[in-house]
Design a protein around this ligand. Structure first.
Ligand code: SAH
Ligand code: SF4
Ligand code: F3S
Length: 460
């Protein structure tokens, strides 16, 4: 028997209550947005809203949006078209755009996107109840104020989209890095850290509810810092240790590490705690120092390589994944080759690879020319993807024959008899279920691999 998931209580209650107004919510973009939607759901549940998974049933349709690349925004606009169709059938329906696109476009959104009633930025979710009341009177309701303090510290997120095993916990918000291509500092505002006690409380609540894995989120987790008069400052390594020591059965992950700021102290903390997962998402963006400088990343190719070496030294078994941008302003063919050679050298386990997309008002938009032709960007991206596929393939071969501790997360879509879970290195493994249950830790020996998954069997 598969264990009942404890989270369903909350979830089912939210779905069941028929007398209440219903909210339907779609989430795009990064893990931060997933975490934010859970905060939003918590604020709305307090107001008596229940959740629906069917758009047509919603009284309030929310879309939590992303502005990172133009195609992310186009996708949201497409979905808004669907929302509008529902509203045309049922006039009382309210449409709200929240998240990064709301922040970037502000009032413009209600002009550009017909029938949008609410526009709410990432730091303004506490005002949702008032804004909904305002929109109820037929006025457009907009709040896109950014804050230097807001961390939604004491709000307990409703884990409505979770599998009951893994959860995200935001430890900080905003970003002060100002990478020249990036919209995030504009949509998310200044960097600020959350009170560590509230983080520990939230993780403890997850542990009490049977969760087995938590991912600590921030745009640059290495800059986490909590300072209070009379108390010792808490940095990221310390926070990581405190979270890991709450419960040995609780896996701890985090994202994202910034090459310039990642310390040996963090690596040592990882190495000395079995339940801190051996995986670092470590975005390189480019393998060429001149391009990195134009990107304002603050590190060189050599620095990046030295940090990868440090990771390997402290934790030879650690997986490293990355993000790469192809065709940034003025990138030459030789500079693109530097990215390829870095990828080959680093042997990334996985990479997220993108074509450069110019974002309005960023430094790159104002001061640099987006002058790599579209077809060249595409061709370079294809080369990057092809190379990474080869690298991933090689890396995976090394996993075959090895035994990993796997946290069981669910039943395989393809067969009831198969379970799936992830290794500490964040790799998905599929294996025959034997007596294992969701939420268990099992030792799995890997026998083979497909493109995306490892295939194995439970060993004693
Ligand atoms: N804070 C994280 C990344 C946040 S955005 C970091 O610094 O690593 C996720 C990824 O989107 C980035 O790592 C980058 O590779 C990509 N990205 C950001 N802005 C982009 C743009 N304008 N065009 C293409 N890709 C972009
Ligand atoms: Fe954007 Fe750079 Fe901040 Fe990441 S660190 S969110 S890429 S500005
Ligand atoms: Fe997108 Fe905003 Fe995240 S722009 S990547 S949703 S911080």
């Amino acid at each position: 028997m598969i264990q009942a998931k404890k989270y369903t209580l909350d979830h089912e209650q939210l779905l069941k209550n028929n007398n209440q107004k219903k909210v339907y919510i779609e989430t795009y973009g990064c893990q931060m947005n997933v975490a934010d939607s859970e905060v939003v759901m918590s604020i709305l549940a307090e107001e008596g809203f229940s959740l629906t998974e069917t758009m047509e049933e919603g009284d309030l349709l929310l879309i939590n949006t992303c502005s990172i690349r133009d195609n992310a925004e186009q996708r949201v606009r497409g979905r808004l078209g669907e929302f509008r169709r529902v509203k045309q059938q049922k006039k009382s329906v309210m449409i709200g755009v929240i998240g990064c696109m709301a922040e970037r476009l502000k009032e413009q959104l209600v002009e550009q996107e017909k029938l949008v009633d609410l526009v709410v930025g990432p730091d303004a979710y506490r005002s949702l109840p008032q804004l909904i009341a305002q929109a109820d009177t037929g006025q457009k309701a907009i709040n896109v104020l950014l804050s230097r303090e807001e961390t939604y510290a004491e709000i307990s997120p409703v884990r409505y989209a979770s599998n009951g095993i893994s959860a995200f916990v935001s430890i900080m918000r905003g970003c002060d890095n100002m990478c020249s291509y990036c919209i995030v500092p504009f949509t998310r505002g200044r960097e600020r850290s959350r009170d560590p006690q509230t983080i520990l409380n939230e993780v403890q609540e997850l542990i009490d509810n049977g969760f087995k894995e938590v991912t600590l989120l921030g745009q640059n987790v290495d800059k986490y810092k909590w300072e209070k008069e009379g108390e010792e400052a808490v940095g990221f390594a310390k926070l990581l240790e405190m979270v890991a020591e709450l419960n040995q059965q609780m896996r701890v992950r985090f994202s994202t590490s910034y090459p310039q700021d990642m310390t040996d102290e963090v690596l040592k903390t990882m190495a000395s705690h079995h339940n801190i997962c051996k995986h670092i998402h470590f975005p390189a963006q480019s393998g060429n120092t001149r391009i990195l400088e134009l990107m304002r990343r603050g590190y060189t190719r050599e620095w990046y390589m030295s940090r990868v070496e440090a990771i390997r030294k402290h934790m030879p078994e650690c997986a490293i994944t990355t993000d790469i941008i192809s065709g940034f302003c003025s990138e030459s063919e030789a500079e693109h080759q530097d990215t390829l050679s870095l990828m080959e050298w680093a042997e990334f386990d996985l990479a997220f690879m993108f074509k450069y997309s110019e974002r309005p008002n960023t430094y790159a938009h104002r001061k640099l020319k987006d002058d790599v032709p579209e077809d060249v960007k595409s061709r370079r991206l294809t080369e990057i993807i092809d190379l990474q596929n080869k690298v991933s393939e090689n890396v995976k071969q090394k996993d075959i024959g090895q035994t990993f501790e796997v946290l069981v997360e669910g039943v395989s879509k393809k067969s009831e008899e198969q379970l799936h879970g992830r290794t500490s290195q964040n790799k998905t493994v599929v294996f025959p279920r034997k007596d294992a249950k969701i939420g268990d830790y099992v030792l799995v020996k890997v026998n083979s691999a497909t493109q995306a998954t490892l295939i194995g069997e439970i060993v004693e």
